[in-house]
Design a protein around this ligand. Structure first.
Ligand code: BEZ
Length: 191
């Protein structure tokens, strides 16, 4: 099943301003920092290169992508909302939830720590490779952010995008940051 949820017209997604997303998740390698018990010192982490195949093969995953770590809506509602609802997502057949942002691994890990996140896997897309291939890259130079992700979420089954939720009015240098269709509560209603 492939359900596209768009506020204006669910059947018109190909013509819409945010363009046509791929049917499978982009094949990229994410540069993560993972705990390394063999290291001493205040920062016992090492680089780990993790591919889309590693992350999406043989499981059903909800991904949500947002404009930036530590930003207010993301920190107050979206990330904690997914964290708190993880068990409910599992009851609906979701194995994992990934939070993706155009931020580097150090920032993503620091954000997860600050928010006490244990259920959500943080995915750094620092160079926006995944975001661009999803057709979700937007410029946020008006805020000094540079390239970032428009807010979207998806259900991905063994790499196939089966559901896609995109916030309205995807635009460059947006002055608004809509948050409705990518809220965990909304997605749960649709699953
Ligand atoms: C927010 O999550 O509130 C936010 C996102 C991007 C820019 C500014 C704020």
């Amino acid at each position: 099943m492939r359900v596209f949820t768009h506020p204006n017209d669910e059947s018109q997604y190909e013509e819409d301003s945010w363009g046509c997303p791929p049917k499978v998740v982009p094949n990229v390698v994410f540069k993560m920092r993972v705990f390394d018990s063999g290291q001493e010192g205040p920062n016992p982490y090492k680089w780990s290169h993790v591919s889309s195949m590693d992350l999406f093969a043989n499981k059903t995953v909800v991904i949500f992508s947002l404009p930036g770590a530590f930003t207010p809506t993301c920190s107050t509602y979206q990330l904690p909302g997914f964290e708190e609802n993880f068990n409910t997502f599992q009851l609906k057949g979701i194995d994992e939830i990934y939070c993706i942002s155009v931020n580097d691994a150090f920032v993503m890990n620091a954000w997860a720590k600050a928010q006490n996140i244990s259920n959500i896997k943080m995915i750094p897309d620092g160079s926006a490779e995944f975001t661009r291939a999803m057709n979700m890259e937007v410029q946020k130079d008006n805020l000094g952010f540079g390239a970032r992700s428009w807010r979207y979420a998806a259900v991905v089954n063994n790499g196939w995008i089966t559901h896609l939720f995109v916030e309205r009015d995807k635009t460059e240098n947006a002055t608004e940051d809509p948050y409705e269709y990518t809220a965990p509560e909304y997605i749960l209603e649709k699953l």
